[in-house]
Design a protein around this ligand. Structure first.
Ligand SMILES: [Zn+2]
Length: 786
């Protein structure tokens, strides 16, 4: 038995002595095994003993309780009793990082996770049947046969090497039993941070012997047990979404990152006591699938990051990834703050921020409060825009579709010529305070790009289109049709190719110079997931990796370098890793029941978010108020709405009120950051409307929506409330101000409305304030030091 297998990564001298004394003890050798009842009684005592220890001691000893509980659950009472006594099985290594305790076991031909525990909340964070720590798929380069190896089995050597440094351990898998894979090595190091309760993993997979090559790696993956009746799951769909009770029903979230529906790289499961944050902290934004899936029969939810390897299937490739598991205190907002701290430190796409936020974004863009949506030939559209801008009385931007003569989603990317008079119309309307942003697509080339004819697809585009493993182009269809009624088939262009980078750049610059527009919208870049392109002539690693994001970065950097300084560029949706190169993200798809503003919590102030798709239907007026209210508290620029809304009296008045309030508060959104949304105490009813995102889509929210935004440097905080219902509502607002630097017993509160700031007065800190929110109205409370 190697000495290292006895050592504790974070243990105590007492324990080591204890282990030494019973070194000859053998599992199950005692004739009279204790009854389960006796062990349970012992565990109750142990729980009480642990409760009497100080926090640091309890953290170090917690493994005894949790390890014994797990063994008892497996029908091994004798072993459970030994563990409860502090006798650590020789195959176990205990990993302790503050409140987070993990036990890993060298078992059979691998290493398995015995358990993951929150010792302060006394809560298991891994299910009794944990998933293997990793799963690697390899492929034979010639015959494409696949082999899989996991952390739990198939290795002659699998050891946990405790380091001299008690805050680090290394897990090594060597010598696969499968002789074809001889040489393959997997190494996981884990750094344990006591202060934050964090395991920081780095996983490396290397030396796959040719002709075998790495294909995909699943890491991390965890099975989280039901966290009580109040258990919740956060997943990064669009703005972010929280679902309760997913352990009890067939739930599945999956998507390829980066995209509009898998926007960030973290998941969280929690209840009121605590929970777990699981993130992949990949600063390049590599392609990966995120999956959160329930197994109701087992009352668990699996969390998995399934990552295609760069140069997948090419012998000699290797893989490395980093994952952070942290004890979570709080909820989705706290999980978002953990992720925010990381992106600010390390993510390649986090922009440089000045005192006024994105100083590389024109101030007019940062201050915008509202967007109109429409298009077509100028003659019909201009009068609507003028009426819209005139009614709102603030600067307005317009997303102008169909400014070109080609049909929508057809004959791309041949956007020119424009409709006659477009440049003149742009000049005229912009002189009246309406900023014009035309649409182009940043990703597609029509395979029949001149009516029914293949004009340049085969000769120009095809070499630079993304291709699957058979080197067939990735082709997509949307709603658009060719003249004969057949669907328009659009090739997905490879962002790593100079042809596509230059094509998009030239189109954007032409719009700025020839048409004088102040912005260009480049569709799909932050919406559509990367393809796994296997065309080696493009010069990028095939399949997975981060060549996709880097290709777009190169394209967008060239545009930013050459565009006029007072012009901006935006894209669709909010896949995160392009933020530094866009001025705005169109959040039109933030339409989901249960959505929370996790994305604004991470990126508020780092990119301007704008726009929701506004639908129709019998409840459209309430849905309009819910959307506009949510946009305001989430920190988005409002609208992306048909300018004809100004003819609908009730909707127009409500919308204008929020637009003007947003304008008054704009600095919070572009130079500040999101703070924890306020909690309303009292009987707040909910409202429910059909948002008509995809057919009938019911969304329920509280009738009073609340948000909070902070300007740390200016020492100002604002709480924003919107009552979207038809009745006045009274509630008490409770808010903890100290996290935002307000430590005095009294602070100043000033009510802010669309008309601007009102009078200010002193209030007690912590804030607890009764208020009545009038029907269909928005209000803000600005907090400043005394
Ligand atoms: Zn490619």
């Amino acid at each position: 038995m190697r000495p290292s297998s006895w050592s504790l990564v974070a243990g105590t001298l007492t324990l080591l002595v204890g282990v030494g004394l019973v070194a000859e003890w053998v599992w199950g050798a005692e004739p009279g095994a204790p009854s389960a009842e006796a062990v349970k009684a012992r565990l109750t005592e142990l729980r009480a003993e642990l409760a009497r220890l100080d926090a640091a001691q309890r953290q170090r000893q917690a493994w005894r309780l949790w390890g014994a509980t797990r063994l008892l659950g497996e029908g091994r009472p004798a072993e459970a009793l030994q563990v409860a006594r502090g006798v650590k099985p020789s195959a176990w290594t205990v990993l302790v990082a503050g409140d987070l305790t993990g036990i890993v076991e060298q078992a059979g031909q691998g290493i398995r996770l015995v358990g993951l525990y929150d010792s302060a909340a006394e809560q298991a964070l891994s299910a009794s049947t944990p998933l293997p720590l990793f799963l690697v798929t390899l492929r034979h380069a010639q015959n494409r046969q696949e082999l899989k190896v996991s952390a739990e089995a198939g290795w002659k050597q699998a050891v946990v090497q405790a380091s001299q440094d008690p805050a680090r351990a290394e897990l090594r898998w060597r010598e696969p039993l499968e002789s074809q894979l001889a040489g393959l090595e997997v190494t996981a190091t884990v750094d344990l941070d006591a202060q934050t309760g964090q395991f920081d993993w780095t996983l490396r997979v290397e030396n796959a012997p040719a002709p075998w090559a790495l294909w995909r790696v699943v890491f991390p993956q965890l099975a989280v047990p039901k966290l009580g009746a109040e258990g919740r799951l956060f997943f990064p769909k669009a703005a972010g979404e929280v679902q309760a009770g997913v352990w009890d029903w067939a739930f599945r979230f999956s998507g390829t990152y980066p995209s509009g529906w898998t926007t960030m790289q973290f998941l969280a499961a929690y209840n009121a006591k605590g929970g777990l944050y699981v993130g992949v902290h990949d600063p390049w934004g590599s392609t990966k699938d995120l999956v959160a899936e329930s197994r109701p029969a087992e009352k668990l939810v699996t969390l998995r990051f399934d990552q295609p390897v760069a140069d997948m299937g090419v012998p000699g490739n290797r893989f490395q990834t980093r994952s952070v598991w942290r004890v979570l205190r709080g909820d989705w907002f706290d999980a978002a703050v953990i992720y925010r701290q990381w992106v600010r430190r390390e993510a390649r796409w986090f922009p440089k921020l000045g005192a006024d936020g994105r100083e590389d974004t024109p101030l007019w863009t940062r201050q915008l409060a509202v967007w109109a949506l429409g298009g077509g030939p100028p003659a019909g559209f201009l009068p609507q825009l003028k009426e819209f801008a005139g009614y709102l009385g603030t600067p307005v931007a317009v997303h102008w579709y169909n400014w070109h003569q080609i049909p929508f989603d057809n004959d791309y990317p041949h956007y020119f010529p424009t409709h006659p008079g477009f440049a003149e119309a742009v000049q005229q309307i912009q002189s009246e305070g309406v900023f014009v942003m035309p649409y182009i697509n940043g990703r597609l080339w029509d395979t029949r790009d001149k009516g029914m004819e293949d004009y340049q697809f085969r000769t120009v585009a095809r070499p630079s289109v993304t291709k699957n493993e058979k080197l067939e182009p990735y082709v997509e269809t949307y709603g658009s049709k060719e003249k004969d009624g057949s669907p328009v088939r659009l090739g997905v262009m490879c962002p790593a190719t100079a042809l596509w980078q230059n094509k998009v750049r030239d189109t954007v610059l032409r719009l700025f110079t020839e048409c004088g527009v102040k912005g260009v919208y480049i569709d799909q870049v932050a919406a559509a997931a990367p393809t796994l392109c296997f065309d080696r002539t493009h010069g990028h690693p095939v399949g997975g990796g981060h060549w996709w994001t880097e290709g777009y970065w190169k394209m967008l950097e060239a545009i930013r370098k050459q565009k006029p300084a007072d012009c901006m560029i935006t894209t669709e949706c909010n896949g995160e890793p392009y933020i530094h190169l866009f001025d705005g993200y169109l959040t039109w798809h933030w339409q989901y029941d249960g959505q929370v503003p996790a994305f604004p919590a991470v990126y508020g102030g780092a990119v301007q978010m704008f726009g929701r798709s506004y639908g129709g239907g019998p409840t459209r007026d309430l849905a309009l108020r819910m959307r506009a209210g949510q946009q305001l508290v989430f920190g988005e620029q409002l609208g992306w709405i048909n300018p004809g809304v100004v003819k609908e009296k009730g909707n127009a008045e409500f919308f204008r009120q929020l637009v003007r309030l947003r304008r008054v508060l704009s600095r919070y959104f572009y130079a500040g950051e999101m703070a924890r949304p306020p909690r309303l105490v009292g009987q707040i009813p909910t409202v429910k409307a059909d948002w008509q995102w995809h057919g009938v889509d019911w969304v329920t929210t509280e009738a009073v929506l609340g948000g909070a935004w902070h300007q740390p440097a200016a020492r100002k905080l604002v709480l924003v409330f919107v009552n979207v219902s038809d009745a006045p509502l009274s509630a008490t607002v409770e808010y903890e101000l100290s996290p935002y630097g307000f430590v005095q017993k009294e602070v100043r509160l000033r009510q802010v409305t669309e008309a601007g700031p009102g009078s200010e007065h002193a209030i007690q800190n912590p804030l607890r304030r009764a208020a009545t929110f009038p029907a269909r109205s928005g209000v803000a409370w600005e907090i400043t030091p005394p």
